[in-house]
Design a protein around this ligand. Structure first.
Ligand code: ATP
Length: 626
């Protein structure tokens, strides 16, 4: 019998090292992981057997067995599921396949150093198959894949390498033999194993038996959790099921368990996580809700079962009406699936709306919003049918304070004469709050929504209006502040209208094509200048965003901006006086460019000619010191 010796992928070796050296307090979860894998493998066989019944016909009763050998000090987890061939073994037990494990490894990269922190992290994520090495110093896998005759043995002490060799006459499925570490004899005791199974794996739909033969004892209830009635299920059982089905390790924030009856019958057990899954912004935007048909697992990638903007939802949908032999490819076009999606969407949104309205627990909804708000917003331009409900779910940071504000709250406190919902978009709240374009709004006490999610650039123009009030960015077009009541206008401090004429003409002439226009600002109170975009041009933040994401060439010209000057600023007043003197154009040329460059800097834009800026600034400082 030839034996191949192979190395683990580098990340696996590192992970195994951490696993083996962690004094992990909840070591027992290794059993949850192995039982979960065994049950997944039975699910996959059951699905494959729908079209190829011969795969399971010789041994059709799917189950998991736990066997112990006190003398050899081994604990064995056996399943008669789909099994693995040589390629599967190398791929699955030599690299990091598992989403949870990948998340764990990613989080290690961002945490500094290893040690205690890592130990806690293992508890948070679980590490799938590799957690076997928490309790075992040697793990042996004997397996034969359904439909193939050759069996295989995988063996490793978890120290960098594993071996694979051929074994004949193995039954279908997988047998994971753990050679327990010194001091871990508790995992040889039936009572202890039974308690762990009941704690973490009771929801598993197939029997988990202790012992061999006919009189083996069942350790779990062996009925799919979602088929049981709500009042028979404890919060802990829901939680464990969520961990299993969602490959998650946080607590569910919302648990939705209901049965739809009528023309279509289906049972749903869905969860909204309390923490952000690490792949939330994966470009595929795939959901992970598992589709079952009459208790048979079909797929966890049924396109169209859940709209992409609800992809954070985890759980199970079990249909009574879809045909059992439906292929995954055919599913997408099945009209029943579209009806199920409509039902799920309606229900999820209405439950979220209840939470959003529950002002007594506003902090709870705020956490949900921080986690998933940016994803929900995608629905505003993708799902017109539910737009109104989605608009009610929106929450914003605003210039009015730290709390989150709904659109209804914003509209209710709009100022007299204000008929517009003002917004400003940028990368983060702090830098937005420093934007010069907000000054006039703050002075008048007009609230502005602070938009910091890239998706805001798409839904705002698509929605356009809320309850007859249009959205408008404070960095675009005119400020329209004149009609709004409130704050104090101090006209006496402003340079008289006529005073600015020469300066405006001079700036336009000097700056030429670098700006679209130069005009007097209504929105500035403290800063001398700012840039805004014209009503019909692309928003400045969107343009930067597109450049960052390479949707627009970094050197693309972009739209020309409007330079606004603040008539009440001392500098502008002085420049306005100077502009009237003969020959001012030459004398003020540097000042004109410096004004434009400082507006660009405040906006976070890069300067087209930094050297010229530095030269002009140095010269102006020198004159100032003279
Ligand atoms: N008992 C088993 N029978 C068949 N295949 C198995 C078994 N145990 C593990 N595997 C295979 O090994 C892979 C890796 O297992 P591991 O527990 O590390 O992650 P996972 O179960 O894929 O992760 P996740 O639970 O996040 O999907 C599995 O995806 C599966 O393909």
């Amino acid at each position: 019998m030839t034996e191949e010796r192979l190395s683990f992928q580098a990340e696996v070796s590192r992970l195994l090292d951490i696993v083996a050296h962690s004094l992990y307090s909840e070591k027992e979860v290794f059993l949850r992981e192995l039982v979960s894998n065994a049950s997944d493998s039975c699910d996959r066989l059951r699905y494959a057997a729908l079209t190829q019944p011969e795969l399971s016909s010789d041994d059709p009763d799917l189950k998991v067995r736990l066997l112990t050998d006190k003398e050899a000090r081994t604990l064995t987890v056996v399943d008669n599921g789909i099994g693995m061939n040589r390629e599967d073994l190398v791929e699955n037990l030599g690299t990091i396949a598992r989403s949870g494990t990948a998340a764990f490894m990613n989080s290690l990269k961002t945490e500094s150093g290893e040690g205690k922190k890592d130990v806690n992290l293992i508890g948070q994520f679980g590490v799938g198959f590799y957690s076997a090495f928490m309790a075992a110093d040697r793990v042996e896998v004997l397996t034969r894949k359904a439909g193939e005759s050759q069996g295989w043995r995988w063996l490793s002490d978890g120290k960098g390498e594993f071996t694979i060799s051929q074994v004949d006459n193995l039954p279908r499925g997988a047998k994971i033999i753990l050679h327990l570490r010194e001091g871990d004899d508790e995992y040889l005791e039936e009572n202890r194993l039974g308690a762990i199974v009941r704690k973490y794996s009771d929801h598993i739909a197939i029997p988990i038996l202790f012992g061999d033969g006919e009189d083996a004892k069942s350790l779990n209830s062996a009925s799919a959790l979602w088929t049981r009635s709500k009042n028979e299920i404890t919060a802990d059982q829901y939680k464990e099921f969520y961990h299993h089905v969602g490959h998650a390790f946080d607590d569910p924030w919302l648990t939705l368990h209901w049965r739809a009856e009528g023309a279509l019958e289906y049972t749903n057990l869905l969860f909204v996580p309390s923490a952000k899954p690490f792949d939330l912004f994966d470009p595929k935007r795939a959901h992970r809700v598992k589709l079952y048909v009459k208790r048979v697992f079909i797929t966890d990638a049924a396109e169209g079962l859940i709209p992409p903007y609800l992809r954070f939802v985890r759980g199970v949908v079990d249909s009574e009406d879809l045909p059992l032999n439906i292929s995954r490819e055919m599913l997408q076009h099945n009209p029943m699936l579209a009806k199920i999606r409509a039902g799920l969407t309606r229900r999820i949104l209405s439950e979220l709306n209840k939470k959003a309205k529950d002002t007594e627990n506003a902090a709870e909804y705020a956490t949900f919003w921080e986690n998933f708000g940016a994803v929900l917003k995608e629905g505003l331009y993708e799902d017109y049918e539910h737009r109104d409900e989605l608009l009610k779910l929106l929450r914003f940071r605003t210039t009015a304070g730290d709390g989150l504000v709904s659109l209804d709250e914003y509209v209710a406190r709009m100022k007299e004469g204000q008929d517009t919902i003002f917004t400003i978009s940028g990368d983060d709240v702090d830098s937005l709050l420093r934007s010069p374009q907000l000054e006039g709004f703050k002075a008048k006490g007009v609230e502005v929504l602070l938009l910091t999610d890239p998706v805001d650039e798409f839904w705002v123009p698509s929605v356009g209006v809320y309850e007859t009030k249009p959205f408008k960015s404070v960095t675009r077009g005119g400020a329209d502040l004149g009609k709004i009541q409130g704050g104090e206008d101090k006209p006496e401090e402003k340079a008289p209208e006529g005073e600015l004429v020469d300066l405006l003409a001079l700036l336009k002439l000097t700056l030429g094509e670098a700006v679209k226009d130069v005009r007097k600002s209504e929105r500035l109170t403290n800063s001398a200048v700012c840039l805004v975009s014209d009503d019909n041009d692309m928003d400045m933040h969107l343009e930067r965003l597109l450049k960052q994401h390479k949707q627009l060439g970094a050197d693309a010209a972009g739209a020309r901006r409007i330079l606004e000057i603040n008539p009440s600023h001392p500098l502008i007043k002085r420049l306005a006086d100077r502009a009237k003197i003969e020959g001012a154009a030459t004398a003020l040329e540097d000042a004109a460019w410096l004004l434009l460059d400082q507006a660009r800097i405040v906006e976070g834009e890069s300067l087209p000619d930094p050297a010229a800026f530095a030269r002009r600034l140095a010269s102006a400082m020198e004159k100032g010191l003279a």
